[in-house]
Design a protein around this ligand. Structure first.
Ligand code: HEC
Length: 257
């Protein structure tokens, strides 16, 4: 009986092992994105300010027509090297809803540096209505909200394919993204020279994806660099303190030994 069971199990195992590997990507299965080397990685990580500023330009000119970033305000941009005048000029391009006024009504006014980034849609329903039912998520903390964080975002933004693999059906308003793992309600938005960078950098698709990913990492964790530098300061202090205490100990115990 035992050997019969063994034989059956073996046959089953061999049967499974010889099945051809699935040719199509299973729905919802996300490939692992390549590991990139970011300036903010590691213990000595710092921001690449030029890339952050270009990344804001990509967000502003491409992504902000669909995606909000409700945790970021215009004056935060001073942290990545924009001057107060530049920030005021950026805010000036937007309108926000304020109020209520003394009559109890909401009103529109020009945005100020202290305002949060203006949202492209007044509410989720309007955002979905404009995107064939799909919701363009708020991008403020998306870099923390996805497994593989920036590596995923960088791959995702370059992961659109014109023709989906066999077996993946796209409904109207859907597109195929390899790194998203299937059909998505967002079209490819990055094109070579799709924008003209203010600093003259060539706007390849990879460059735009890189810069806007840097920017999304900063919005998700604006204090990353300060935190790392504080950590480094503490380490240096502890090393100096240890050396000092050791010297004191040697001096005090010199006569005893
Ligand atoms: C035309 C509108 C539109 C534009 C412009 C747009 N997106 Fe999207 N995006 C969407 C929609 C809609 C979704 C949700 C798709 C879904 O749920 O199927 C989405 C989803 C996403 C996601 C989430 C992916 C995930 O893993 O869940 C990220 C990240 C993203 N967009 C980043 C960007 C960036 C960065 C830009 C600018 C380069 C951008 N998007 C421009 C409509 C847009």
């Amino acid at each position: 009986m035992k050997s019969f069971l063994m034989a059956a199990a073996l046959a089953l195992g061999v049967g499974v092992a010889t099945l051809p590997a699935p040719a199509v990507q299973a729905a919802g299965e996300k490939p692992t994105p390549a590991n990139q080397s970011w300036s903010f990685d590691g213990f000595f990580g710092t921001w690449d300010y030029a890339s952050l500023q270009r990344g804001f330009q990509v967000y502003k000119e491409v992504c902000s027509s669909c995606h909000a970033m409700h945790l970021v305000s215009y004056r935060h941009l001073e942290m990545i090297g924009f001057s107060a005048e530049e920030v005021a000029a950026i805010a000036d391009d937007y309108w926000v809803t304020d109020g209520p006024d003394e009559w109890g009504d909401l009103y529109e006014r020009e945005a100020l540096p202290t305002d949060r980034f203006a949202s492209p849609f007044p509410n989720e329903q309007a955002a979905r209505a404009a995107n064939a039912g799909a919701y363009p998520v708020d991008l403020s903390v998306i870099a923390q909200a996805r497994k593989y964080g920036p590596d995923y975002l960088y791959a995702f933004l370059q992961g659109f394919r014109d023709v989906p693999p066999e077996g993946i059906e796209l409904r109207i308003g859907q597109y195929y993204n390899y790194y998203y793992g299937g059909a998505i309600g967002m079209p490819n938005m990055l094109w070579p020279d799709g924008i003209v960078y203010a600093d003259g950098t060539e706007a390849t698709v990879a460059q735009q994806a890189w810069d806007v990913t840097n920017f999304m990492m900063w919005t998700a964790e604006p204090h990353l660099q300060t935190r790392k530098q504080a950590g480094l300061g503490v380490m240096i202090f502890l090393i100096v303190l240890t050396a000092f205490l050791y010297a004191v100990k040697r001096k005090l115990w010199a006569d005893v030994h």
